[in-house]
Design a protein around this ligand. Structure first.
Ligand code: C5P
Length: 221
């Protein structure tokens, strides 16, 4: 079974308040995008990794891939103005059969076991979407009003999300809408049922300066 990972790293990272997009900021001496890419290469021997970067990426493509032992398995593709466009460009760069992991470069704390479990689930069910229980209380806000909602009815969704390639490529032929904040929402809109899998509490998305500080602390531990 052919396997690919598309790692999206084409965001501008405005919430990080730094000139350099967050996926290239250093974490324990390596750029953030390095960690997840390395775990994919170490977990699946024949995987092809597509790293999607912005057209204005300040680094040469060969410098982005040169740091990996399996650097010939990593290709760089240019992304777009939205995450949807970036993923679509990544999908255009892979074959038409097999399974694809789509992952945010800003989630470095994934593991071999986690990826293998997701792969297994996706092979059986057609897709595998990691989620975790929400720990905070939730309220729905509508204009000036707000109302409590049942926390148990919700899950927080993570990446990597794993898909049968033919299905996700077809789903990405739809026009993008605001509700497409991840790839599962795109597949769902194309008529597929989403298969949730237990995610990892430590698989945090590094978005703000405080997340990066927390990630440094996690790395040190
Ligand atoms: O903006 P957000 O935090 O949702 O970004 C999630 C991931 O999508 C990040 O890894 C970011 O680099 C990527 N992204 C992208 N292309 C965009 C916007 C975001 O690859 N145009």
């Amino acid at each position: 079974m052919k396997m690919y990972a598309i790692i999206v790293a084409a965001g501008s990272g405005t919430r990080m308040q730094s000139e350099l997009p967050k996926q290239f900021l250093p974490l324990a001496g390596k750029p953030l995008y390095y960690y997840a890419t390395q775990v994919f290469l170490q977990t699946f021997r024949d995987i092809e990794v597509i790293l999607v970067v912005a057209p204005a990426c300040p680094f040469r493509h060969e410098d982005l891939t040169g740091c990996f032992e399996g650097s010939s398995q990593v290709r760089v593709v240019t992304g777009g103005a939205t995450r949807f466009e970036s993923v679509k460009n990544g999908l255009a760069a892979i074959g038409d059969q097999g399974i694809v992991f789509i992952h945010d470069a800003v989630r470095p704390f994934i593991s071999k076991n986690f990826l293998m479990q997701l792969q297994e689930e996706a092979l059986i069910k057609g897709n595998a979407i990691p989620c975790i229980e929400v720990l905070d209380s939730l309220r729905k806000v509508q204009g000036d009003e707000n109302v409590t909602v049942r926390r148990d009815d919700y899950r927080a969704i993570q990446t990597p999300q794993v898909f049968d390639i033919a299905n996700i490529k077809k789903a990405y032929e739809q026009p993008s809408i605001e509700a497409f904040t991840d790839d599962a929402s795109v597949l769902e809109a194309a008529g597929h049922r989403i298969k949730l899998v237990e995610g990892l509490r430590e698989n945090i998305k590094i978005t703000t300066p405080i997340d990066l500080k927390y990630a440094e602390w996690m790395m040190a531990g």
